[in-house]
Ligand binder design. Structure first.
Ligand code: PMV
Length: 327
């Protein structure tokens, strides 16, 4: 059978997905809105090979084993069921999302896997179907099928919970300046963190209602290229998500002292007239939603307070591409 290679870029949520209504199908409690990034991506090659005894998954040159490849095999199984085959696959995946960039790679990884595996199995899925498939690996991956701004409509079942493009070709100045915080707290992965919040946060339903109400406002802001409104909504949504983690039992937080130094710095720069906003995910890094013209000023302010901090700048990027298919 033919091997196919797909490339998908990572994305950052401006309105977050933080909780599942259905854990098996990965149906979220809220719709989420994201920006796909140009600089960070995953390339994945899949080939279904007759007589291969087991799926073989190589990530960044290392053969995966045990539980770490269960999510990949889960997606391969969904593809095999759709294609009506039982053949095992060889998967070779390379992340161009350096750990030092402080961004998660699961979104780009599962979007690329959905693209390459479905093609290699002889399926020609629509982008909506690819988004549904990527969602089953990792919720945020549903949005990486599309470039630029995308929305994952929460839906209620396997067939109506998928992402849609909002504006794939972003030609106006918006960037994410990531500040890498090294004082990593004890890792609580997103699955465990959000599940704990859903199960124990007494204010969770209020958060869900409020977060869902932020969606139409964000869509209007994106349509109007209203940078300030996008930033205000994104920062509020991120802080509200992180507040839920403190409401959980036991309470937890991804944000460290350094994260807060950066968040306060962003607020101070704003008081000085700069259009900058902060967003944070399941880790201590802070992404500063900003405009390229302000990069130098932001970096000067950051280095003054945190001289050794590392930063990366990411701009809007494209959706899933099949970059190679051969016999
Ligand atoms: O889909 P996951 O398991 O990578 O969870 C993503 C959770 C957040 O990054 C915090 C928010 C989001 O919508 O991407």
């Amino acid at each position: 059978m033919t091997a196919y290679t797909a490339r998908a870029h990572t994305n950052i949520a401006l309105l977050k997905y933080w909780g599942k209504a259905d854990q098996e199908l990965i149906i979220p409690t809220t719709s989420s809105v994201s920006l796909t990034l140009n600089e960070f991506y995953t390339d994945t090659t899949v080939e279904f090979i007759p007589d291969l005894p087991d799926d073989e998954i190589v990530l960044d040159g290392k053969l995966l084993s045990g539980s770490s490849n269960q999510k990949v095999i889960h997606v391969l199984n969904l593809v095999r069921t759709k294609a009506n085959i039982t053949t095992k696959a060889k998967v070779i995946s390379t992340n161009h999302v350096p750990t030092s960039a402080g961004l998660a790679s699961s979104a780009s990884a599962f979007a690329a896997l959905a693209g390459a595996a479905s093609k290699a199995a002889g399926l020609n899925l629509t982008r909506s179907e690819l988004s549904m498939l990527a969602r089953r690996g990792s919720g945020s991956a549903s949005r990486s099928i599309f470039g630029g701004f995308a929305i994952w409509n929460r839906g209620t079942n396997d067939r109506d919970s998928f992402a849609h493009p909002i504006d794939e070709d972003v030609h106006w100045p918006i960037q994410l300046l990531t500040v890498i915080v090294n004082d990593q707290p004890k890792e609580i992965n997103s699955r465990v963190g959000m599940q704990s919040v859903v199960a124990t946060d007494p204010f969770y339903q209020a958060w869900v209602d409020h977060a869902n109400a932020q969606v139409p406002a964000m869509l209007t802001a994106i349509e109007n290229h209203d940078f300030q409104k996008i930033g205000q909504l994104a920062e509020a949504n991120a802080l509200q998500m992180h507040a839920q983690n403190l409401m959980a039992t036991p309470a937890f937080s991804y944000l460290t002292d350094t994260s807060w130094i950066i968040i306060r710095l962003v607020q101070r720069l704003r008081q000085q007239g700069l259009s900058v906003y902060a967003t944070m995910d399941a880790g201590p890094n802070v992404k500063i939603i900003s405009m390229p013209a302000d990069t130098a000023k932001i970096l000067v302010a950051l280095k003054e307070q945190l001289p050794n901090v590392k930063t990366t700048v990411a701009t809007p990027g494209p959706g899933l591409e099949i970059i190679k298919g051969h016999h």
